[in-house]
Design a protein around this ligand. Structure first.
Ligand SMILES: Cc1cc2nc3c(=O)[nH]c(=O)nc-3n(C[C@H](O)[C@H](O)[C@H](O)COP(=O)(O)OP(=O)(O)OC[C@H]3O[C@@H](n4cnc5c(N)ncnc54)[C@H](O)[C@@H]3O)c2cc1C
Length: 390
């Protein structure tokens, strides 16, 4: 029996720089020591490992893509992809927690915040002292994000927020939430504005904790606003530009969901390779059957292709080039390929793939979120089609 994913197949598609190799080693050692032994326990109990997340903060991973002047590690998206992949290879729940914190909450603040807001909140977030959440989705508006109904109405010197956000990563444990609200219904997407809401603000609370298929150790919940007063200084970005900024945030965020897909799929492939050498039927290790060896070959090839698309998007982001098309392509392809790889991972394990003593079933459950979060595959195809038909 093995519940621990063996890291036997380094994804050395491109040459790591010395710093990247050191980062990869550091994350692997941390995962082996602090995460791998607890993955099944956290999953079973749907327990959010706050202590481990705090340690990731001390390692610099909760501010990995932000400049050092704001307390960040000052690294780029290629390093970020590496980090999310390595974490997700062992536990996708940790991967999505770090991804939502970095590329949604903190990045929205970094892109749209004024200097005062950045000086106040960035160091708290980049150090991991505070955890960040980002609330766009609502019960009635997911893919159609512009259909949001959570409202912000001018009140005294600030705003009064009312409404519900749903499926928000880090919703209960988050210390700061970026929340997209309707400030002028008549203006459609130009009538949406972002606000910074601190945990503990009267009228703001986390609601139901979601009981999920996969990524069960990540924190997903509702955010509820009932006459929640927000001072004017907590308006994030210009009035009516929240939706536009959210789309820019998602351009980067989708790279991290592609990286999450790569990590979960690599974990599934590692486990399948290992099992195919251990399991014997008809007097042979099962990888000696061409049907199994070809599955492994297809899995490895698809994963490498997905990694190339993801790294292209990351490199463009680091070069400050437009990435809407590239990040959507990476997210679409990596997530769909990852779902197939995890499916084959279960198949290669036979009945043991269906049993919780082996990691294959968890990869299979966790990976499905990747074709849904930060825009479903259908929405990615719409984005890509729009970009190539311009
Ligand atoms: C674990 C988890 C974590 C999440 N974290 C966050 C978070 O931190 N912050 C946040 O804001 N949101 C978060 N989400 C929400 C996520 O982004 C949405 O679930 C997703 O965008 C889909 O929205 P929906 O669930 O409302 O589905 P719907 O939009 O209702 O879609 C249902 C189906 O219809 C399809 N569909 C919809 N419109 C079209 C169309 N025009 N053409 C073709 N098909 C269409 C969809 O592709 C899908 O197959 C999270 C979700 C989950 C499950």
């Amino acid at each position: 029996m093995t519940t621990e994913t063996e890291l036997m197949n380094p994804p050395a598609l491109w040459q790591d720089t010395e710093d990247q190799a050191a980062l990869r080693r550091e994350i692997r050692e941390f995962c082996k020591r602090e995460i791998a032994p607890n993955v099944s326990l956290w999953d079973e109990a749907s327990e959010f490992p706050l202590d481990v997340v705090r340690q990731l903060g001390r390692m610099g991973l909760l501010g990995i893509i932000f400049p050092q002047e704001y307390g960040g590690a000052g690294l780029g998206y290629t390093d970020y992809v590496l980090a999310i992949e390595e974490l997700s290879r062992v536990d996708g729940s940790i991967g999505i927690t770090v991804a939502a914190h970095n590329s949604l909450c903190t990045n929205h603040l970094f892109l749209a915040g004024n200097e005062q807001q950045k000086r106040k909140y960035m160091p708290l977030l980049t150090s991991g002292e505070w955890l960040g959440a980002w609330g766009l989705t609502e019960p009635g508006s997911g893919s159609d994000a512009a259909g949001a109904r959570t409202s912000a109405v001018p009140h005294k010197d600030g705003w009064l927020l009312n409404g519900n956000k749903t499926f928000i990563t880090n919703g209960r444990y988050g210390d700061l939430a970026v929340v997209l609200c309707v400030t002028d219904k008549s203006q459609g997407t130009r009538g949406i504005t972002a606000f910074l809401v601190e945990k503990g603000t009267p009228g703001f609370r986390a609601g139901k904790k979601e009981n999920k298929l996969g990524l069960r150790a990540s924190d997903t919940s509702e955010l509820i606003f009932e006459d929640c007063y927000i001072p004017a200084e907590n308006q994030l970005g210009n009035l009516g530009e929240g939706f536009k900024d959210a789309m820019r945030v998602l351009d980067g965020g989708r790279i991290s969901i592609a990286a999450l897909s790569l990590g979960i799929a690599q974990g599934a492939l590692d486990a399948a390779l290992k099992y195919s050498k251990e399991r014997r039927q008809f007097g042979k290790a099962i990888h000696e059957f061409q049907a199994i060896a070809f599955k492994l070959a297809d899995m490895a090839t698809q994963l490498d292709a997905a990694r190339l698309l993801t790294l292209r998007a990351a490199q463009r982001k680091d070069a400050h080039l437009p990435v809407t098309r590239e990040s959507s392509m990476a997210k679409l392809f990596a997530s769909e390929v990852a779902v197939r790889i995890c499916d084959e991972g279960v198949q290669i394990h036979g009945g043991y793939g269906f049993i919780k003593d082996y990691p294959a079933e968890k990869f299979y459950r966790d990976v499905k979120l990747c074709t849904i979060g930060e825009g479903t595959s259908e929405i990615q195809r719409m984005v890509i089609a729009r970009e190539i038909l311009k």
